[in-house]
Design a protein around this ligand. Structure first.
Ligand code: 9D3
Length: 252
């Protein structure tokens, strides 16, 4: 897969792509990444990328010409391109979108804005999708672009090794993770649950499922309404709810 990024902060991307999984995916030729400095597509002495908003108001707006010149230069190679603008008003990013983008045949071009906004005409002329990564305010689109690329790249065949089980991921999909432990068996008086040391894999799987459901009920009860649960899950959840009611009863 091929990714192009337009930004005024190329170093943010070079830092992330030169480490760990991304570095290896690039090294193996599984992905190709090109980062374009928006200022290279300006034509004035000061390499200006922003200007005052028509109609007034706070903040600055990113100019249309540098973005369009950059996009048109990239598209000049005639490769099919899906252009994605990172913006707080985009569709919220989720795992479904990550999967769809990991299956995209076209090259992905990410437009990262800073300041208040990008001139609307950039969207009108070139943008296929607008994506937000959630309901909180960031300072620009660079971290969102990295978040999205990270989520896509780990789904590509050959990028992750043994640390990634497709089977396990599909089983636990939509609910939160169970607690994990490694050596030593006791630390600061806190013991690893005996069941995990028992070697009884059926019981371990059952414990993990129960604790995953418990974590989900506590932090993200909304997910339990969306995800398909088995009869066993419903039994485990009833047990958990009783336990948790006793817990809160003890506290109050
Ligand atoms: C007052 C209107 N603000 C929109 C909520 C202005 C504004 C805030 C932050 C305009 C741009 C930004 C910079 N953020 C992004 O470019 C951005 C973003 C984000 O802030 N949150 C979640 N996803 C994204 S994707 C791009």
């Amino acid at each position: 897969m091929r990714y192009e990024i337009i930004t005024i902060f190329p170093d943010i991307f070079h830092a992330y792509f030169s480490e760990s999984i991304m570095k290896r995916a690039i090294g193996k030729g599984l992905i190709e990444v090109k980062v374009h400095d928006l200022r290279d597509y300006t034509s004035d002495r000061h390499r200006t990328v922003d200007d005052y908003p028509y109609g007034g108001g706070p903040g600055m707006v990113m100019k249309v010409e540098p973005f369009c010149r950059a996009i048109e230069t990239i598209k000049a190679d005639a490769l099919e391109t899906c252009t994605i603008m990172l913006t707080p008003r985009g569709r919220p990013f989720d795992q479904e979108t990550a999967v769809a983008l990991s299956e995209e045949k076209r090259r992905l071009l990410f437009l990262c804005g800073r300041y208040e906004a990008i001139d609307e005409r950039v969207r009108e002329m070139h943008v296929d999708q607008e994506i937000s990564i959630g309901d909180y305010v960031l300072t620009g689109g660079e971290l969102p672009a990295l978040v999205i690329i990270d989520a896509i790249v780990r789904l590509l065949p050959g990028v992750l090794g043994d640390e990634h089980s497709v089977e396990e991921e599909s089983f636990s999909w939509g609910i939160l993770d169970y607690p994990h432990f490694t050596r030593p068996p006791e630390y600061g008086g806190l013991k690893v649950p005996d069941i995990l040391l028992s070697g009884n894999h059926r019981e371990i799987a059952r414990w993990r499922r129960r604790e995953a459901l418990r974590n989900t009920l506590r932090a993200r009860p909304d997910l339990l309404k969306k995800v398909p649960l088995s009869g066993e899950d419903d039994r485990l959840l009833s047990e958990i709810k009783e336990e948790e009611e006793n817990e809160s009863g003890q506290r109050s």
